[in-house]
Design a protein around this ligand. Structure first.
Ligand code: RNT
Ligand code: ZN
Length: 429
């Protein structure tokens, strides 16, 4: 029997029946957990498909911006059509509700030279049509990196007002595009602003760039632009350090946490944007006392913000456990953010998206009320023992049933399908 052979339907049914009873004895309704796990949408980041290369054709557009995919695995998509073809395959292997999270550098201008401040919804027409046909929503991101006007490592906080204006105009154009995407697809479009702005070493002035960043953001989010913030849902993403911005990042966590709170935008927490040993699960019950909602970039930092493919590790499990325990799953927007160019890129998507949804299911299966009860009774030892007991409950049997109900292969049964796609499609690129 091969490692990718999925369990049979009969095996899934009988294992599930036993698991259902085990969980029921702990007061957990597996049916409800499956339904809620399927309904939570995960926004697939478009940029894993081509290692954040983008589709722009303007000369001078460069790499950089402090993020970098490493690896050289063959078969990368190089056109919008190839990317969409890859997403169709990926989506067919994922259970539950998905969205696609587009970056502005994936504009399709039909060979015309259009710079980023000139983008309109028509440059994303193919994406919108595809999303409509696939019945999925789109999220959006202005692209403040890989561009000659970002070469200094500063964009919205640049001292040069001309450079700031270019990026402000780009962001406003993106908010209008997001509104159009939302109108076309009938679902809000979360629009996330991440700028690479920072300095490599010992800034003499940490103050002015932050002041300028506030002014630029306020101009971008100006109410008088008439952009409907129920359609374009704005978010801002903080970061601790990047390549070339090791000492100082203008949009730090403190900066954006307060910005989001005072300007009523979402705050985006990327799991790789904190100190290497710092995790985000303990932040959720603090931030959500104040913030109405958060955007999550589910990622996997290894020693630094390395954007490894998400797997079902403790960090990801703990994030969703905290949300489930606080009844706050509906107060986060779940998006993924990683890029590994060293493995089959579709496998990266499927592994990452499945692991994320597994973490959601795992959290919904937690007998939290029993654990909270033990804690309230002062039975800390019993609580710890019960938490350890939960770790060996038959979670996998419930996951396999979730897959069976969704009509996608359980276990790693999807791998041969991607291998066949690699042979038939990717290897011919
Ligand atoms: C960079 C941020 C940001 C990007 C994407 C491509 O450190 O995490 O979210 O990964 O915008
Ligand atoms: Zn991110």
């Amino acid at each position: 029997m091969g490692v990718f052979d999925p369990p049979t339907d009969t095996q899934i049914e009988s294992a599930y029946a036993i698991a259902k009873d085990r969980y029921a004895a702990l007061g957990v309704d597996t049916e409800q957990a499956i339904a809620n796990a399927l309904a939570t949408s995960i926004s697939l980041h478009c940029w894993q498909a081509d290692d954040v290369a983008g589709l722009e054709t303007l000369p001078g557009v460069t790499d950089g911006g402090g993020i970098m995919a490493t690896g050289n695995y063959p078969g990368k998509a190089t056109t919008g059509d190839q990317m969409r073809q890859d997403y169709d395959k990926v989506l067919s292997l994922l259970p539950g509700t998905q969205r696609l999270n587009l970056h502005a550098c994936y504009a399709e201008t039909g060979g015309k030279a259009v710079d980023r401040d000139g983008y309109t919804a028509k440059h994303f027409g193919k994406w919108i049509d595809w999303a409509r046909q696939s019945s999925i929503g789109l999220d959006f991101n202005p692209t403040f990196f890989a561009h000659p006007k970002a070469e200094d490592g500063l964009t919205l906080s640049h001292a040069d007002s001309g450079i700031r204006k270019f990026w402000i105009d780009h962001a406003i154009a993106c908010r209008k595009i997001a509104q159009a995407m939302s109108e076309a697809l009938g679902t809000p479009c979360v629009t996330n602003i991440w700028v690479p702005d920072g300095l490599k070493d010992s800034p003499a002035d940490r103050w002015s760039p932050r002041k300028r960043l506030i002014e630029s953001l306020d101009t971008i989010l100006d109410k008088n632009l008439g952009i409907d913030n129920t359609k374009c849902v704005d978010a801002v993403e903080s970061k601790l350090f990047g390549l070339g911005s090791e000492d100082y990042v203008v949009g730090s966590f403190e900066f954006y946490s307060h910005y989001a709170l005072t300007r009523h935008t979402l705050l985006c927490l990327d799991m790789g944007h904190f100190h290497p040993t710092e995790t985000i699960h303990d932040k959720l019950s603090a931030l959500l006392q104040y913030h109405k909602k958060l955007l999550l970039h589910v990622s996997r930092p290894i020693r630094w913000d390395s954007d490894h493919v998400v797997i079902l590790n403790d960090d990801v499990k703990n994030v969703f456990l905290e949300l489930a325990r606080g009844n706050a799953l509906n107060r986060v927007v779940v998006a993924m953010d990683f890029f590994d160019a060293s493995i089959n890129r579709l496998m990266a998507y499927v592994v990452g998206a499945r692991a994320t949804r597994q973490a959601i299911l795992n959290a919904l299966l937690d007998p939290s009320s029993r654990l909270i009860e033990l804690e309230a009774q002062g039975k800390a030892g019993q609580k710890l023992a019960a938490m350890e007991g939960v770790k060996t409950l038959p979670f996998g049997a419930v996951w396999d049933m979730l897959c069976l109900r969704s009509g996608v292969p359980a276990g790693a049964g999807w791998v041969p399908i991607v291998e066949a796609y690699e042979k038939d499609v990717l290897s011919k690129r």
